[in-house]
Design a protein. Sequence first.
Length: 430
Amino acid sequence: MRYSKIFFRFLKIMGRALPLFLFAMIIHMVGDNFLYLTLSYFVNKLMDMAQIGSMEGIIELLITCIAANVIALAIFFVFGALYDIYAKRGNAVVQRMMIEKLLKLPMDYFDKHHTGEIVSKLMNDADTASQIFTSRLRRVTTPLMSVIVYIIPMIIMCPALAICMVIINIVSLIINNRYIPKMKKSAKETSISKSKLVQKFMDTVNGRDYIRIYPGARLLLDQYNEENEKSANVAKKYWNNIARLNCWNTFFDMVFSLGFLLIAVLFVEREWCSIGEVAGIYTLYGTFSYNFLELGRYIPELINCIARAQIVFDYMEENEEQMQGDLEFSPGKIELRNVSFGYGGKEVINNVSAEFEKNKSTAIIGQTGCGKSTLIKLLIRLYPVLEKKIYIGGRDINSIDIKLLRDNIAYVPQRNLFFSRYHKRKYKIR
């Protein structure tokens, strides 16, 4: 899927709040740009006054500039706060969407994917993708708007000088954009690396008792340390790209400033523009050039976020638990008819048939791994069951509403998470 399609699809996650989010972001940027435009106008007029040796109208100029700055600051802070609110809301929507999807995934998804991989998607990938809302979109859009807004007064003051500056900055932007493929590749490598690192971390935490008791179990710790080193190398490569990008930006900033002054001296000498116009353009140029360089820096970082958004969408498109069935639950005899089931190609239950009479207690015993827990999970449809294999009260369990089915079966899993200390205090167990 192309970057643009992924980007706009991700923006739509905000729903009806999207227009307000974009409006707040744009007005916030308008307030920011207006501050610099006011400053440029003030410097231009002030230098012209100094050049002709007259300060007539300086009071009116000061009052106008102060009033304009107060209005611009008010717009900047008010709409900046609104932007932050909607950006955080977009982040919350993504997190909620990921968790809700997690609760709809079938059990075999968790058998095929390590817990660490799932945690990495929920935390790392979702968080990085959400930076499109919280920072990256604004950081790309702000320089773009600034470049467009600043070039107009620069051209009005001195067209030739402004065009020279634009050409130089376009060259820098082209050079910076060559990092986009590297950032895309780096984003994918970082996501995979973090996922594997979280997996090894979870293995180490879950096996902490064994690591202390059995010497061979220290292999878990060794595997974590090895993966941690690999992850550090991937992160090093990513930050090396960022460092190179920043070095290019610093170099271009120095060269452009020097080039601007040399060209400005030439233009003033030939009377193509005044000192006041040069000062006004230079006031804007500093921010103009900085924003151009920022555009080159943040476009690759936005691409990184979009690449993570693709991972989020891939996760959201995973098959969900089958919820078919619309019949009422009817308690009665439980029948198993030639039931077979396995994990990852290994059969755990093979052609099992049995009947459990109503109002009778039945114990299923057997060695570890023989399929006792699996049988119960099939009964409550945590795993998919073929039709006409398991019946309750004479009804195929696939035809029974899954919520009613589970509401009428008491199931205590081997791993008990409900009765924590908090819940013991909150609920009395009778």
